[in-house]
Design a binder for this molecule. Structure first.
Ligand SMILES: [Zn+2]
Length: 292
Protein backbone atom coordinates (compact mmCIF):
# COMPACT_ATOMS: atom_id res chain seq x y z
CA UNK A 1 0.00 0.00 0.00
CA UNK A 2 1.40 3.41 -0.86
CA UNK A 3 2.47 5.28 2.24
CA UNK A 4 3.60 8.87 2.66
CA UNK A 5 6.87 8.56 0.65
CA UNK A 6 5.16 6.84 -2.28
CA UNK A 7 2.27 9.30 -2.32
CA UNK A 8 4.74 12.18 -2.11
CA UNK A 9 6.66 10.69 -5.06
CA UNK A 10 3.42 10.48 -7.04
CA UNK A 11 2.61 14.09 -6.10
CA UNK A 12 5.97 15.29 -7.39
CA UNK A 13 5.52 13.28 -10.58
CA UNK A 14 2.10 14.79 -11.19
CA UNK A 15 3.41 18.31 -10.66
CA UNK A 16 6.19 17.64 -13.12
CA UNK A 17 4.19 15.92 -15.86
CA UNK A 18 0.98 17.89 -15.88
CA UNK A 19 1.90 21.26 -17.31
CA UNK A 20 -1.18 23.41 -17.83
CA UNK A 21 -3.36 20.31 -18.04
CA UNK A 22 -6.93 21.49 -18.62
CA UNK A 23 -9.53 18.76 -18.26
CA UNK A 24 -11.62 18.61 -21.43
CA UNK A 25 -13.12 15.16 -21.03
CA UNK A 26 -13.60 12.74 -18.15
CA UNK A 27 -14.46 9.09 -18.51
CA UNK A 28 -15.52 7.14 -15.44
CA UNK A 29 -14.89 3.45 -16.16
CA UNK A 30 -15.87 2.25 -12.70
CA UNK A 31 -18.59 4.07 -10.78
CA UNK A 32 -17.45 3.12 -7.29
CA UNK A 33 -14.13 4.94 -7.73
CA UNK A 34 -16.04 8.22 -7.52
CA UNK A 35 -16.72 8.78 -3.84
CA UNK A 36 -18.21 12.28 -4.15
CA UNK A 37 -20.44 13.74 -5.54
CA UNK A 38 -22.54 10.60 -5.45
CA UNK A 39 -23.76 11.35 -8.95
CA UNK A 40 -21.02 10.66 -11.53
CA UNK A 41 -22.44 13.19 -13.95
CA UNK A 42 -21.97 15.88 -11.34
CA UNK A 43 -18.38 14.73 -10.76
CA UNK A 44 -17.62 14.89 -14.48
CA UNK A 45 -19.38 18.20 -15.06
CA UNK A 46 -17.64 19.76 -12.09
CA UNK A 47 -14.20 18.86 -13.42
CA UNK A 48 -14.65 19.96 -17.04
CA UNK A 49 -12.68 23.05 -18.06
CA UNK A 50 -10.60 22.87 -14.90
CA UNK A 51 -6.93 23.57 -14.96
CA UNK A 52 -5.07 21.24 -12.62
CA UNK A 53 -3.20 24.06 -10.99
CA UNK A 54 -1.23 22.52 -8.16
CA UNK A 55 -0.91 19.21 -6.32
CA UNK A 56 -0.70 19.03 -2.54
CA UNK A 57 -0.49 16.06 -0.22
CA UNK A 58 -1.98 15.53 3.20
CA UNK A 59 -1.19 12.16 4.78
CA UNK A 60 -1.88 9.68 1.98
CA UNK A 61 -4.34 11.99 0.20
CA UNK A 62 -3.44 13.79 -3.02
CA UNK A 63 -5.22 17.10 -3.39
CA UNK A 64 -5.33 18.98 -6.71
CA UNK A 65 -6.27 22.65 -6.67
CA UNK A 66 -8.42 23.43 -9.67
CA UNK A 67 -8.90 26.69 -11.55
CA UNK A 68 -11.77 27.43 -13.86
CA UNK A 69 -10.76 28.00 -17.49
CA UNK A 70 -13.58 29.03 -19.80
CA UNK A 71 -11.54 30.40 -22.68
CA UNK A 72 -9.77 27.96 -25.03
CA UNK A 73 -6.96 30.38 -25.74
CA UNK A 74 -6.08 31.18 -22.20
CA UNK A 75 -2.59 32.49 -21.67
CA UNK A 76 -0.42 31.20 -18.87
CA UNK A 77 0.18 32.05 -16.13
CA UNK A 78 -3.49 32.58 -15.36
CA UNK A 79 -4.55 35.89 -13.98
CA UNK A 80 -7.52 36.40 -11.68
CA UNK A 81 -8.88 32.96 -12.46
CA UNK A 82 -11.65 31.51 -10.33
CA UNK A 83 -11.07 28.53 -8.12
CA UNK A 84 -12.98 25.48 -9.18
CA UNK A 85 -12.66 23.42 -6.03
CA UNK A 86 -10.45 20.37 -5.50
CA UNK A 87 -9.90 16.94 -6.94
CA UNK A 88 -8.91 14.64 -4.07
CA UNK A 89 -7.46 11.15 -4.58
CA UNK A 90 -6.68 8.31 -2.21
CA UNK A 91 -4.75 5.47 -3.88
CA UNK A 92 -5.49 2.91 -1.10
CA UNK A 93 -3.95 -0.50 -1.94
CA UNK A 94 -3.13 -0.53 -5.62
CA UNK A 95 -4.14 2.76 -7.24
CA UNK A 96 -1.71 4.59 -9.53
CA UNK A 97 -1.62 7.24 -12.23
CA UNK A 98 -0.22 7.03 -15.70
CA UNK A 99 0.38 9.99 -17.97
CA UNK A 100 -0.02 9.11 -21.63
CA UNK A 101 0.71 11.43 -24.51
CA UNK A 102 -1.65 10.59 -27.35
CA UNK A 103 -4.03 8.38 -25.47
CA UNK A 104 -4.09 4.64 -26.15
CA UNK A 105 -6.65 1.92 -25.33
CA UNK A 106 -7.06 1.49 -21.59
CA UNK A 107 -6.32 -1.73 -19.73
CA UNK A 108 -9.16 -3.49 -17.93
CA UNK A 109 -8.13 -2.06 -14.57
CA UNK A 110 -8.53 1.53 -15.74
CA UNK A 111 -10.99 3.32 -13.46
CA UNK A 112 -11.00 6.99 -14.47
CA UNK A 113 -9.55 8.83 -17.47
CA UNK A 114 -8.92 12.56 -17.79
CA UNK A 115 -8.13 14.09 -21.17
CA UNK A 116 -6.92 17.48 -22.30
CA UNK A 117 -7.69 19.00 -25.71
CA UNK A 118 -4.59 17.45 -27.29
CA UNK A 119 -5.71 13.94 -26.30
CA UNK A 120 -3.10 13.65 -23.58
CA UNK A 121 -4.46 11.39 -20.89
CA UNK A 122 -4.07 11.22 -17.16
CA UNK A 123 -5.20 7.69 -16.43
CA UNK A 124 -6.07 6.25 -13.04
CA UNK A 125 -5.55 2.49 -12.82
CA UNK A 126 -6.44 0.41 -9.78
CA UNK A 127 -6.37 -3.41 -9.79
CA UNK A 128 -8.08 -3.94 -6.45
CA UNK A 129 -10.28 -0.88 -6.79
CA UNK A 130 -10.21 0.42 -3.25
CA UNK A 131 -8.95 3.83 -4.38
CA UNK A 132 -11.32 6.79 -4.33
CA UNK A 133 -11.76 10.25 -5.84
CA UNK A 134 -13.72 13.26 -4.75
CA UNK A 135 -14.56 16.51 -6.47
CA UNK A 136 -15.15 19.11 -3.81
CA UNK A 137 -16.70 22.31 -5.11
CA UNK A 138 -15.48 25.70 -3.96
CA UNK A 139 -17.24 26.74 -0.79
CA UNK A 140 -17.57 23.13 0.38
CA UNK A 141 -15.41 21.83 3.19
CA UNK A 142 -12.90 19.11 2.29
CA UNK A 143 -12.53 18.07 5.90
CA UNK A 144 -16.27 17.68 6.42
CA UNK A 145 -16.96 15.74 3.25
CA UNK A 146 -13.88 13.51 3.48
CA UNK A 147 -14.00 12.20 7.03
CA UNK A 148 -10.59 10.52 6.87
CA UNK A 149 -9.00 13.79 5.79
CA UNK A 150 -10.72 15.81 8.50
CA UNK A 151 -9.54 13.51 11.27
CA UNK A 152 -5.88 13.26 10.20
CA UNK A 153 -3.20 13.88 12.79
CA UNK A 154 -0.19 16.13 12.08
CA UNK A 155 2.21 15.54 9.20
CA UNK A 156 5.41 13.82 10.39
CA UNK A 157 7.49 16.70 9.00
CA UNK A 158 5.49 19.44 10.69
CA UNK A 159 6.65 21.11 13.86
CA UNK A 160 3.42 20.00 15.58
CA UNK A 161 4.76 16.46 15.48
CA UNK A 162 7.35 16.30 18.23
CA UNK A 163 8.06 14.30 21.37
CA UNK A 164 5.82 16.52 23.51
CA UNK A 165 2.90 15.96 21.19
CA UNK A 166 3.51 12.21 21.14
CA UNK A 167 3.84 12.07 24.90
CA UNK A 168 0.54 13.89 25.29
CA UNK A 169 -1.46 11.73 22.88
CA UNK A 170 -0.13 8.36 24.00
CA UNK A 171 0.35 8.86 27.73
CA UNK A 172 -2.76 6.86 28.60
CA UNK A 173 -2.86 4.52 25.61
CA UNK A 174 -2.44 0.81 26.32
CA UNK A 175 -2.31 -0.09 22.61
CA UNK A 176 1.03 -1.19 21.16
CA UNK A 177 3.26 1.54 19.76
CA UNK A 178 3.01 -0.16 16.36
CA UNK A 179 -0.78 0.22 16.36
CA UNK A 180 -0.38 3.84 17.47
CA UNK A 181 1.91 4.66 14.52
CA UNK A 182 -0.60 3.15 12.08
CA UNK A 183 -3.39 5.31 13.51
CA UNK A 184 -3.83 8.14 10.98
CA UNK A 185 -5.52 10.37 13.57
CA UNK A 186 -2.28 10.40 15.60
CA UNK A 187 0.18 10.92 12.77
CA UNK A 188 -0.60 11.15 9.05
CA UNK A 189 0.88 8.99 6.32
CA UNK A 190 2.67 6.15 8.12
CA UNK A 191 1.75 2.59 7.14
CA UNK A 192 3.12 -0.86 7.80
CA UNK A 193 6.53 -0.54 6.16
CA UNK A 194 7.56 2.77 7.71
CA UNK A 195 6.14 1.92 11.13
CA UNK A 196 8.34 -1.19 11.27
CA UNK A 197 11.40 0.58 9.89
CA UNK A 198 11.05 3.57 12.22
CA UNK A 199 10.66 1.42 15.32
CA UNK A 200 13.73 -0.59 14.37
CA UNK A 201 15.73 2.55 13.80
CA UNK A 202 14.61 3.91 17.20
CA UNK A 203 15.36 0.61 18.98
CA UNK A 204 11.81 0.32 20.29
CA UNK A 205 9.89 -2.96 20.33
CA UNK A 206 6.67 -2.73 18.30
CA UNK A 207 4.85 -4.58 21.09
CA UNK A 208 5.54 -2.00 23.78
CA UNK A 209 2.47 -0.47 25.35
CA UNK A 210 2.45 3.08 24.05
CA UNK A 211 2.11 4.66 27.51
CA UNK A 212 5.33 2.99 28.73
CA UNK A 213 7.54 4.76 26.21
CA UNK A 214 9.71 7.41 27.77
CA UNK A 215 10.30 10.94 26.58
CA UNK A 216 13.88 10.32 25.39
CA UNK A 217 12.64 7.30 23.41
CA UNK A 218 9.91 9.43 21.83
CA UNK A 219 12.50 12.00 20.78
CA UNK A 220 14.41 9.19 19.09
CA UNK A 221 11.26 7.75 17.54
CA UNK A 222 10.26 11.07 16.03
CA UNK A 223 13.76 11.51 14.60
CA UNK A 224 13.69 7.98 13.19
CA UNK A 225 10.32 8.54 11.52
CA UNK A 226 11.52 11.72 9.86
CA UNK A 227 14.82 10.16 8.74
CA UNK A 228 13.25 6.97 7.39
CA UNK A 229 10.55 8.87 5.48
CA UNK A 230 13.00 11.42 4.08
CA UNK A 231 15.34 8.70 2.83
CA UNK A 232 12.48 6.86 1.22
CA UNK A 233 11.10 9.93 -0.54
CA UNK A 234 14.60 10.43 -1.96
CA UNK A 235 14.58 6.98 -3.48
CA UNK A 236 11.01 7.11 -4.77
CA UNK A 237 9.36 4.73 -2.31
CA UNK A 238 9.94 1.03 -1.76
CA UNK A 239 9.68 -1.97 -4.03
CA UNK A 240 7.31 -3.81 -1.73
CA UNK A 241 4.13 -1.89 -2.20
CA UNK A 242 2.20 -2.05 -5.43
CA UNK A 243 3.07 1.58 -5.81
CA UNK A 244 4.01 2.77 -9.25
CA UNK A 245 5.28 6.08 -10.46
CA UNK A 246 3.75 7.86 -13.45
CA UNK A 247 5.68 5.78 -15.95
CA UNK A 248 4.01 2.66 -14.58
CA UNK A 249 7.24 1.46 -12.99
CA UNK A 250 7.61 0.18 -9.49
CA UNK A 251 9.20 2.77 -7.26
CA UNK A 252 12.53 2.51 -5.55
CA UNK A 253 15.81 1.64 -6.89
CA UNK A 254 17.76 2.23 -3.76
CA UNK A 255 15.94 1.93 -0.50
CA UNK A 256 16.92 -1.07 1.53
CA UNK A 257 14.70 -2.03 4.42
CA UNK A 258 16.20 -3.20 7.69
CA UNK A 259 13.35 -5.34 8.97
CA UNK A 260 10.35 -5.13 6.64
CA UNK A 261 10.02 -8.40 4.69
CA UNK A 262 13.33 -9.60 6.07
CA UNK A 263 11.91 -12.35 8.29
CA UNK A 264 14.57 -14.98 9.11
CA UNK A 265 17.38 -12.82 7.70
CA UNK A 266 20.20 -11.45 9.83
CA UNK A 267 19.77 -8.10 11.54
CA UNK A 268 22.15 -5.61 9.93
CA UNK A 269 23.24 -4.38 13.36
CA UNK A 270 23.53 -7.47 15.56
CA UNK A 271 23.24 -10.51 13.31
CA UNK A 272 20.27 -11.89 15.22
CA UNK A 273 17.40 -13.15 13.05
CA UNK A 274 14.54 -10.80 12.18
CA UNK A 275 11.18 -12.02 13.40
CA UNK A 276 7.63 -11.53 12.23
CA UNK A 277 4.33 -11.54 14.08
CA UNK A 278 0.93 -9.96 13.58
CA UNK A 279 -0.10 -6.88 15.53
CA UNK A 280 -3.71 -5.79 15.04
CA UNK A 281 -3.83 -7.85 11.88
CA UNK A 282 -0.70 -6.38 10.32
CA UNK A 283 2.54 -8.28 9.78
CA UNK A 284 5.16 -6.76 12.02
CA UNK A 285 8.90 -7.27 11.53
CA UNK A 286 11.48 -6.59 14.22
CA UNK A 287 14.78 -7.56 15.79
CA UNK A 288 14.14 -8.87 19.33
CA UNK A 289 17.72 -8.06 20.32
CA UNK A 290 17.96 -4.47 19.05
CA UNK A 291 14.41 -3.43 19.93
CA UNK A 292 13.38 -3.26 23.55
ZN1 LIG B 1 19.47 -6.60 15.82
Amino acid sequence: MPELPEVETVRRGLEQKLNNFIIKKVEVCRDSTVAFPKNNEEFIKGLLNSLIYKWDRRGKYLIAQLKEVENENTQFPLKNSQNNGFLVVHLRMTGYFKFIENSTNPCKHTRIRFFDKNNNELRYVDVRSFGQMWWINKGQSLNKIIKGLGSLGPEPFSKDFDANYLKKVISKRTKSIKAILLDQTIVAGIGNIYADESLYSAGISPFREARTIKKNELIKLRESIVTVLTKSIGSGGTTFSDFRDLEGENGNFGLQTNVYRRTGKECRKCGNLIERQKITGRSTHWCPKCQK
